[in-house]
Design a protein around this ligand. Structure first.
Ligand SMILES: [Zn+2]
Length: 380
């Protein structure tokens, strides 16, 4: 080996050693960074109960502008998270966890209520009877209508809610004809509202465009719940006065469709139209007063009046108290940062929304019972 070759080799060796040293320094720096990041994440995880390999939660001051909404909630925000992380954050502690779960549990509750009422609908009862005939003398399916097409029609013979069950209990002859679709319209509207609210709270941290879309979905959910809530009372109260029934139901439906189109249109979603959007919700609520006063006047002597009024008053109070919490941001405004994870106004608002919906469900059951007992012979 010549001396030149030896020089080249030693130069090569020294340069590769230098490279190795540089790489090692980078590696060490990266490891340090990683350790620091892991330490921060563990710190955050310890506070929030999250596991490793998760995204960091940030403070209100670190939020992007579009997410800065409630300055009294100081910590545990998710910001610009990918969809997958946002989805799985349903099982993590952050300041939206209880907002998601309150309405998700409300949704599950309403699915349960819908199912429990569905199994009392004739075609489903008949289906269930196939499985229950062995264990009970329930073979008398002739008690209920065989025509599934009649499910949504006025001519369906239905079973009284309070006197029947599909599982091995006696099914009594229906007292009068009744219709259930308005009742299910309300249940469907409530489920849509609660589910869209949960989805909104879960994914609104993803990006600005999705945040806007989610907020619109949330508003539409509220509008759908308001519209569908009108269906059972108007339908059952004015069942014997079809002209009023059609007038009120089509009125609220047209108003509702107009509200939804407005809420979905980008032009009306701007801050400039905030008051206009609020006035649409108020207009829908006020519209409800017309049939309510009308119904009160014509049914003043109806014995179930007080029960229905009690339920509807409980509903109105629930929504009112919930809205007060929503607007005033109590209690977090008294102690900013104290109620970040649990107990802040929006969570309380959600609980009152569910209580309001349950009160209205109670009233809807009474309406259904009233109509199945009284029919249209009574003067309205
Ligand atoms: Zn909400």
């Amino acid at each position: 080996m010549s001396s030149e070759q030896q020089m080249d080799q030693s130069q090569l060796l020294s340069s590769s050693t230098a490279n190795k040293m540089i790489i090692n320094t980078f590696k060490k720096k990266n490891q340090k960074k990683k350790k620091k990041k892991n330490k921060m994440m563990r710190k955050c995880a310890a506070k929030t109960g999250a596991t490793d390999d998760t995204y960091d939660l940030v403070t209100f001051d670190d939020l992007p502008g579009y997410m800065k909404d409630n300055e009294y909630i100081r910590n545990y925000y998710r910001a610009n998270w990918p969809l997958k992380q946002a989805l799985f954050s349903v099982f993590r502690w952050h300041n939206e966890t209880l907002n998601v779960w309150t309405h998700l549990l409300g949704f599950i509750l309403f699915v349960g209520l819908t199912c429990s009422n569905m199994i009392q609908v004739p075609p489903v009862v008949e289906f269930l009877n196939i499985f229950t005939t062995w264990s009970s003398p329930l073979g008398s399916v002739g008690n209920v209508s065989h025509n599934s097409k009649n499910f949504f029609s006025d001519t369906t013979k239905l079973i009284d809610l309070k006197h029947s069950s599909s599982f091995g209990m006696e099914i009594t002859q229906p007292e009068v004809e009744a219709t259930r679709w308005p009742f299910f319209v309300f249940l469907g509207g409530s489920m849509f509202c609660l589910l869209s609210s949960s989805i909104c709270h879960l994914f609104c941290c993803h990006s600005h465009p999705l945040n806007i879309l989610m907020l619109r979905l949330d508003y539409v959910g509220i509008a759908v719940m308001i519209i569908t809530s009108f269906f059972p009372p108007i339908y059952y109260i004015f069942q014997c006065s079809p002209h009023w029934q059609i007038l009120y139901l089509s009125g609220i439906t047209i108003m509702g469709i107009f509200t939804i189109i407005t809420l979905l249109s980008p032009v009306f979603s701007t801050n400039k139209f905030r008051a206009f959007r609020a006035s649409l919700f108020v207009a829908m609520g006020l519209f409800g007063l017309i049939p309510a006063v009308h119904a009160m006047i014509v049914n003043w002597n109806e014995p179930s009046r007080n029960i229905i009024l009690g339920y509807e008053l409980a509903m109105a109070l629930s929504y009112l108290i919930g809205t007060v919490f929503y607007v005033t941001r109590i209690p977090e405004r008294w102690r900013p940062g104290w109620f970040d994870l649990a107990g802040h106004s929006h969570q309380i608002f959600h609980v009152f929304v569910i209580m309001g919906a349950l009160s209205h469900y109670g009233a809807a059951l009474v309406f259904l019972d009233f109509r199945s007992k009284i029919g249209c012979e009574t003067k309205m």
